[in-house]
Ligand binder design. Sequence first.
Ligand code: TRP
Length: 345
Amino acid sequence: MDKTVILTGLRANNDLHIGNYFGAMLPIIKMAKNHDEYQINLFVPDLHSFTTPIDHGSLYEQTLANLRLFVAAGLPLDKANVYIYRQSFIPAHSELTWILDCFTGIGEMNRMTQFKDKQVKLTTSVDTRVSMGLLNYPVLMAADILLYSAAYIPVGDDQKQHLEFTRDIAMRMNAKFGDLFVVPKSAEEQNKFFSLDQGLRIRSLVEPEKKMSKSEDNDKSVIFLNDQPDIASRKIMSATTDSLNQINYNPTKQPGVSNLLQLLALLTAQPQNEINANWQGKTSYGELKQAVAEATNKFLVDFQAKLSSVNHQEVISRLEANETAMNDQANQTLQKVQRAVGLRQ
Ligand code: TRP
């Protein structure tokens, strides 16, 4: 493990949308393409996926389908420094989690914002319980990171607290047992490192004050990567705008219109300021929507063509080879920990 490790988790059971594509997938793919000097770990946290209820019948296939989406988006499978793997195929994740659990306070986990939010959602819905798994979520995430001595972990704001916990538990274990773990970089250093990709937020088409997200259970607000292109275009045509009747790029005052301008720039790969200059001051929102709808349509047609030409078998072979390599790396860290806590000599 000589290269600095950048590690990122790709959720297993989400339908991915263009917000994920531009905000998370493309930045990490760019990193994978251009930075041979890093080891890049892209893994699917499949064990995390049922900390809240899911359809278990589709989990396995969806994991593979999401990996294919990454390949279609340009993830290079031929690079030796890029590793793709499934969490549950590396048993060390579960084992390290148990050990870390025994050094983690219940109160500490109870105070995690995401836990509190999800707990409320679960207890107000019918027929669900708050599982130990949900409480334990951040510890598994810490194990995901510490097993590979990852330094940089690009995460959204909702995951920053879990990253802080990862640093805490790593330092706590190091203080007690000597130099066991590489402590991931601080939030500040992470921000500096990923600064170029920060601040990109595609917004909901229906409520543009919010970010585009699947959980809104309003299908009209989201463009999924597997949406039929003409249906996606219709979603754009019915996007919420405002009543100012003049196009300006101003995300605070005109979030809907600005979101459309941003989408147009991203979908056509043109600089934002050029797009803004072209549309600035015009009064027809319909015309802008038409342009974005066409760009969306073309983008999806192209993307879906690439997706259908992804070679499934190649993805599986690469996955299996990488999982073997990652088992080796993870087991080295696990054995070090097992020795430190007295399980091995
Ligand atoms: N919790 C992350 C999310 O919801 C996914 C994840 C799991 C992850 N383990 C990770 C991300 C380790 C980065 C590092 O997005």
